[in-house]
Design a protein around this ligand. Sequence first.
Ligand code: PLP
Length: 363
Amino acid sequence: MSKVYNFCAGPAMLPAPVLAKAQQELLDWQGLGTSVMEVSHRGKHFIELADKSEHDLRKLLNIPSNYKVLFMHGGGRGQFAAVPLNITKAGDKASFVDTGVWSKKAIEEAQRFIDTDVVASSYQDEQGLWHVPQQQVVEVADDSKYLHFCPNETIEGLEFNFCPQASNGAPVIADMSSTILSRPINVADYGIIYAGAQKNIGPSGLAVSIVRDDLVGYARQQTPAILNYQLTDEFDSMYNTPPTYSWYLAGLVFEWLLEQGGVAAMAQRNQAKAGILYDYIDQSEFYRSQVAADSRSWMNVPFQLANDDLNAAFLAQAEQAGLRALKGHRIVGGMRASIYNAMPEQGVVALVDFMKEFERTQA
Ligand code: PLP
């Protein structure tokens, strides 16, 4: 089979060497003669795996010791509910930056439990280009309990390259589902960072939550046990049976990232990959990006063909060339290339070569 590059937005974009290692270990993990899926999560071997994965993630993101690292169920959306259920009371209010689809879904879920204020939004300039709000400090009500934002909007391809702060000093909560581990961050800027695993961490189902310890211990009485940060911490993320195979794969991804030189090395690669694609789009009359330069995602690159009538031919020929899943989300239309950590630069180069050739043959 000729080389295939998968530009799918998710679920689960895993680096090829990680999948190869998982395949090799599938039937016999650590010489136990069984798959990792079949061993007890309470047994020594799995507990070692869990400890090492936490240790590696702490190293990768330089997580301070006053933050808990929790491996949870329910993906990103589970955390949309977990945050208000763990750190607010009924009748409380929190502030939200609305930059697109995933911000809105987080707001909708939070509205079940608290009052929500949208305090900043993405905007289109005179050229029709989309920006994320650039305020470093976002004005919020004095009694707002937290400021929530989505550093990378997976569908619109909008990314923050800074962490906004709340004017009242309330904790900042970030949905990093589609950007975590793509670049260094200063964890201390955040109260809670959470991510559905399925872009840069591992398979879907798992969520990682990094929670400052002064925010643990305030869950509402009604909070489901599996969303409760304190219980999750007390049970070492094993209050009930954890998604062990996803956790195992996440651990392999963390090892792979450390071998690559960590998130600083990934940031260089990711910036270079995104640059190759945006540079080509920008100099072309045939393709265009609707995202302003200050807000372009390194992970999800939506782009349009100047002539929408060519979309079907573009997608069909791209598939034939081994370039998969480039169709844009229906809300945005056009194309979207998701180029998470697992996408090698050769994949982006192959895409740009294909785009050039398509442009040449259609022009
Ligand atoms: N947040 C963002 C930014 C996402 O991209 C996604 C899914 O793609 C989610 C949240 C929802 O994650 P899940 O499907 O794991 O609930």
